[in-house]
Design a protein around this ligand. Structure first.
Ligand SMILES: [Zn+2]
Ligand SMILES: [Zn+2]
Length: 97
C-alpha cells in the first residue's frame, strides 16, 4: 500500500489548476506528447509519457502546451531520477526529420 513503490498507477498534476489526474486506462502513448483534458478545470494540457530503461517505471510529464513539453533528452525518471530516454526512441524520432 506504499504509493511511492507503485509505478503502475500513472499520476500527474494539471499544470493549470493542480488537480491530480490518473491515466487509469493507459491511454497515453510512450514517447509521444499528447493532449489531456483535466477532469477538474476541463482545460487541455500536454502530457508526455516515458518509460525508464533503468527501473522500468513509467513517468508522466505534464506541460501547459505541446510546445512547452520537455525535450525527451531532458526528461528524467520520476522514480529513480535517471534520464529515462530509450536510445532506440531517440534514433527513431531523429529519423522522422
Ligand atoms: Zn485542471
Ligand atoms: Zn527510473
Amino acid at each position: 500500500m506504499d504509493p511511492s513503490d507503485d509505478c503502475g498507477a500513472l499520476q500527474f498534476e494539471c499544470p493549470r489548476c493542480g488537480h491530480t489526474e490518473t491515466d487509469d486506462y493507459e491511454v497515453i502513448e510512450s514517447g509521444t506528447a499528447m493532449d489531456w483534458r483535466c477532469g477538474s478545470c476541463l482545460r487541455l494540457f500536454s502530457v508526455l509519457l516515458t518509460e525508464c530503461e533503468h527501473c522500468g517505471c513509467e513517468s508522466v510529464h505534464p506541460a501547459l502546451t505541446g510546445a512547452e513539453q520537455a525535450n525527451l533528452n531532458d526528461v528524467r525518471c520520476q522514480h529513480c531520477g535517471k534520464p529515462s530516454l530509450r536510445h532506440e526512441e531517440l534514433t527513431e524520432s531523429s529519423e522522422v526529420l
